[in-house]
Design a protein around this ligand. Structure first.
Ligand code: TEU
Length: 535
């Protein structure tokens, strides 16, 4: 039988912002359990929960202080069990974010490690002496600005942190660390969850020789500060030793039924696609990999083609996971606003593109409402890099504002008290309760259903059709079945001559007249295909 995740649509929940059930302005596990009907009704297969573990929340849970407990903000283990049971009863799988590359500085392991150079956990983190002039051991930069090294006066050494200084990197070269990490994963597998989203999966190992990174050739950026992108980050991450660790993790998960791991590859451009390939090649590494490739500003046919073809070439039996939005990047309806005739048209076009791609598909809470990025002022920010570098860095709060359930309820039904990030009018207009019958939410439901019912869309191979920008076109094929998908990524009208008969199976702003397909701005069509070529 086919593994469930291969044709899955996965719905990302950001627990802080889904539903508050306790009245403290922060979402929680019981709130998510309460909203399972909404998630199941979308027709998705699986929920990915952003981190729920004990944490001082300096990076909103991506700084774990205890891997084996639920943060009291979100509930407790009983609430977790209830959520899993409830989700399973709704036919939904649940995966959780595992942040294994680094812990919080509040983790007991780090507290012990920083105490002295001799204790049992002295080498559990990446410690190194200063250079003779007192400067950090290498030139590595943190994603969140400044050097990736923090000096600790007590040990008289620097420790590595690829993200915040309060997120020290674990030392995966130490076998005891690897064993401890595998044990934490086992703990959650034994509790019945269905897999992991592995945060920063290519950051686990660093170069033991502590070589400095060479300068970058080009510096594409999503959210980080300039310094990070000025280096070719080859020594602080994506080290060859990681493959062996991924194989150990896979051997562990293979002891359970139907577990899936999707690794977040923190890299940009072509290299990110290559790493996705390496990490999912064969059956003894990750099940899937997920990159930032489609989470950036690029919105042209060549880019999407390069992502998909690059993956096919690099990992013929690997499996990708594609999404356009998550909790780290501006929502795509806003991010690609420069290419859209309207927010509504962009939301539909993006949905139709995603649901036609080969691989597993991820959507981010609120995306199903056509949600846009929330505009915030400095006083409202919570994201550390934004607070540090505002206004040059806008940060990630704008995509993390609470889910809007009912425009007429206090805080749009998210919470009875002041939410941790504001709920604002342009977003409340898209609330679940106010979605029209033919609105974006209905469109998502119908497109998810269409994909789930179409074996060729869920499983077929992809062959691109050479059309000039801004037209993206490809044919999905499975056996004798074909569907050709054509998307107009611009605001302008375009026409395409079709060879042979074709009908529009589903589409928007699209029509066929005498073998001419017309796509208005942001229009798209899924076409029946009978040995037809689009020229
Ligand atoms: O994000 C990882 C991340 O920020 C980088 O991978 C980067 O964005 C990428 O390389 C593109 O340049 C994860 C979480 O999703 C994020 O919320 C956390 O803050 C971060 O890890 C640290 O745990």
């Amino acid at each position: 039988m086919e593994e469930w995740w291969r044709s899955a649509v996965i719905y990302q929940v950001y627990p802080r912002s889904y539903q508050d059930s306790t009245g403290n302005g922060i979402g929680d596990l019981a709130g998510i359990t309460h909203r399972l009907d909404h998630i199941a009704n979308l027709g998705v297969d699986c929920i990915w929960l952003s981190p729920i573990f004990a944490s001082p929340q300096a990076d909103m849970g991506y700084d774990v202080s205890d891997y084996l407990s639920v943060d009291p903000l979100f509930g407790d283990l009983a609430a977790f069990d209830k959520l899993i049971t409830g989700a399973h009863a709704h036919g939904l799988k649940v995966i959780v974010d595992q942040v294994l590359s680094h812990t919080s500085e509040q983790h007991a392991w780090f507290k012990q490690s920083r105490r002295s150079r001799q204790n049992d956990r002295a080498d559990w983190y990446v410690w190194a002496d200063p250079q003779p002039d007192g400067s950090p051991p290498t030139n590595w930069h943190s994603h969140f600005g400044g050097p990736a090294w923090e000096f600790d006066p007590q040990r008289g050494q620097y420790y590595l942190h690829n993200f915040l200084a309060s997120q020290p990197d674990l030392n995966f070269h130490n076998p005891d660390v690897v064993d401890a990490i595998l044990d934490t994963c086992k703990f959650w597998l034994d509790r019945g969850l269905d897999g992991f989203r592995l945060d920063t999966v290519n950051y686990y190992f660093h170069d033991e020789k502590l070589r400095s990174n060479p300068p970058a050739q080009a510096a594409p950026q999503v959210m980080a500060t300039d310094l990070y992108g000025m280096q070719n980050n080859i020594y602080n991450k994506t080290r060859p030793e990681n493959l062996n660790f991924l194989e150990r993790l896979r051997a562990l998960t293979d002891q359970y039924e139907d577990i899936m791991m999707v690794g977040e590859v923190g890299e940009m451009g072509r290299r990110s696609i290559e790493i996705m390939g390496e990490y999912t090649q064969g059956t003894d590494r990750l099940h899937m990999a997920y990159s930032f490739a489609m989470l950036g500003p690029d919105f042209n046919a060549e880019h999407f083609r390069n992502c998909i073809e690059g993956f096919q070439e690099g990992a013929p039996d690997g499996h990708p996971y594609w999404s356009f939005s998550n909790h780290d990047v501006p929502r795509h309806v806003s991010r690609w606003g420069g290419y859209s005739v309207s927010e509504d048209a962009m939301a539909r076009l993006a949905c139709a593109m995603l649901m036609s791609f080969e691989g597993t598909i991820g959507i981010y809470q609120g995306e199903e409402l056509g949600q846009t990025e929330t505009e915030l002022v400095f006083e409202e920010l919570t994201d550390p890099p934004a607070i540090r570098y505002w206004p040059a860095v806008k940060g990630r709060d704008g995509c993390r504002t609470p889910m809007v359930w009912d425009a007429n309820a206090a805080n749009a039904g998210f919470s009875d008290s002041v939410p941790w990030l504001p709920v604002k009018p342009p977003q409340t207009a898209n609330a679940v309760k106010q979605q029209p019958d033919d609105g974006i939410m209905a469109f998502y439901k119908s497109m998810i259903a269409f994909r789930k019912n179409s074996s060729v869309l869920s499983h077929g191979s992809t062959r691109f059709i050479a059309l000039a920008e801004p037209l993206l076109a490809f044919t999905r094929t499975q056996g004798a079945e074909h569907i050709t998908c054509v998307f107009n990524l611009s605001k302008d009208k375009h026409t395409i001559s079709l060879i042979g008969a074709a009908n529009i199976i589903c589409g928007s702003s699209a029509s066929i007249d005498s073998s001419i397909l017309t796509l208005d701005g942001n229009g798209f069509a899924y076409l029946t295909h009978s040995d037809m070529a689009v020229i």
